[in-house]
Design a protein around this ligand. Structure first.
Ligand SMILES: C[S@@+](CC[C@H](N)C(=O)[O-])C[C@H]1O[C@@H](n2cnc3c(N)ncnc32)[C@H](O)[C@@H]1O
Length: 381
């Protein structure tokens, strides 16, 4: 099986390169309004935002930032298929403006935006992120009543486009082979994830600290789980706030196609550095899932409970009939696709001799990067 992965360097307020109804799942994390690290980016999208911040009008800045995100949500509505799912990872912001401290409820504003576009909200997930202990106590320490609770969670808001779930042909292999184990279902489909660790994504190389700080990457576990939960093999996953490409990395490891769009070409260029490690990463994820399943089998048997079914492709029992067809995959090979340039340049714009397969084309201001991955059933040894 082959999957393709395309990333556009550009503004997701206009996703013209992506066809209507061509995406089954969106997994993304926007820049969070009213988190200071994104002020300049939002001001670049609408200068009135900078004016509002400067004049101390936090509420106006918050509204204007969300107005920019709304334009991306409108594009998601267009490109998603009926019954397609959008998973939006977002955190609220706390901020003092003009001497006044308050919370800016991003999750509530995004929920409202999707609902008003006709999406159906589905139960959401809260995940616990590691807190910076220095920032843990806000306000006046041990004396009531002016201390504030620290935000240590983020949301994954989940929406379905249209009132009906997606349909599949009966017995569709690509759906049954993408099934998850019963105990994974129990862990993933809870509304509180406490077992996801925030990670500082290694972008590689010295002098990359600034890039890393600016990426605000989420842990791979988040998009990987969501992709397994809400899509089947062969589906296409879109991230319109692509950043360092964590969603694409997860989609490749999970055997789905992906699309992405990102303003900052510097982030996109760095993805090439991560590509050589993808086959080993995908194998390790698949093997870890199987190992965890075997541990679950042992503990369930020790607890005196039995199993009614055997997996078709693995030497292991499973709890339900639906898990029998599970077939994990690993990436056998991955290569860069040719870019969209007319000059046949398949190299980085700064280095035509590049052998890294980096396929951006810097001349037309509309760069596109792409990868093709070949997947095979998970090798067990
Ligand atoms: C929170 S970060 C996403 C991080 C990503 N999930 C990862 O794991 O690396 C948000 C990203 O959206 C990008 N961005 C913001 N507004 C955008 C827009 N209008 N179009 C495209 N990308 C945008 C920013 O440059 C930033 O990289």
């Amino acid at each position: 099986m082959e999957t393709t992965h395309r990333v556009f360097v550009g503004d997701s307020r206009d996703l013209a390169a992506i066809d209507d109804a061509s995406v089954e799942l969106v997994v993304t994390s926007p820049p969070y309004p009213m988190i200071e690290m994104w002020d300049d980016l939002f001001t670049g999208l609408d200068p009135a935002i900078g004016d509002a911040l400067e004049s101390g009008d936090g509420r106006a800045a918050f509204d204007a930032m969300h107005a920019q995100l709304d334009r991306v949500w409108a594009e998601l509505e267009r490109v998603l298929v009926d019954g397609g799912i959008a998973c939006i990872n977002v955190g609220d912001a706390t901020r003092t403006i003009d001497g006044s401290f308050r919370v800016y409820p991003n999750h509530a504003r995004v929920l409202e935006a999707f609902e008003s576009r006709g999406f159906d909200p589905l139960p959401d997930v809260l995940w616990r992120k590691p807190a910076n202990s220095a920032a843990k106590f806000m306000g006046s320490g041990m004396i009531p009543p002016n201390a504030y609770v620290t935000l240590e969670h983020e949301y994954v808001l989940v929406f379905r486009k249209g009132g009906e779930s997606r349909g599949f042909e009966p017995g569709a292999d690509r759906r049954y082979e993408a099934a998850y184990f019963w105990e994974e279902r129990n862990r993933w489909f809870t509304d509180l994830w406490t077992d996801v660790q925030g990670e500082l994504q290694a972008l590689g190389g010295d002098g990359e600290g600034d890039l890393r700080d600016r990426s605000a990457a989420y842990p791979l576990e988040i998009p990987y789980r969501l992709i397994c939960m809400y899509s089947a093999y062969g589906d296409t996953v879109l991230d319109p706030f692509w950043g360092t490409g964590t969603t694409t990395l997860a989609a490749i490891c999970a055997g789905r196609h992906s699309l992405g769009s990102e303003l900052e070409e510097a982030f996109v260029e760095r993805f090439d550095d991560r590509v050589p490690a993808i086959p080993a990463l995908s194998r390790s994820i698949g093997r870890t899932r199987l190992e965890r399943h075997r541990e679950f089998v042992t503990s369930r048997l020790e607890a005196g409970k039995g199993f009614e079914y055997e997996a078709d492709y693995y030497d292991t029992p499973v709890v339900t009939k639906m898990e029998r067809g599970i077939r994990l995959r690993e990436v056998d090979a991955i290569e860069a696709l040719d870019g969209d340039s007319d000059d046949g340049n398949n190299g980085d714009s700064d280095d035509d001799n590049s052998s890294d397969g980096n396929n951006g084309d810097s001349d037309d201001g509309n760069n596109e990067y792409g990868y093709r991955a070949e997947h095979v059933p998970l090798r067990l040894e």
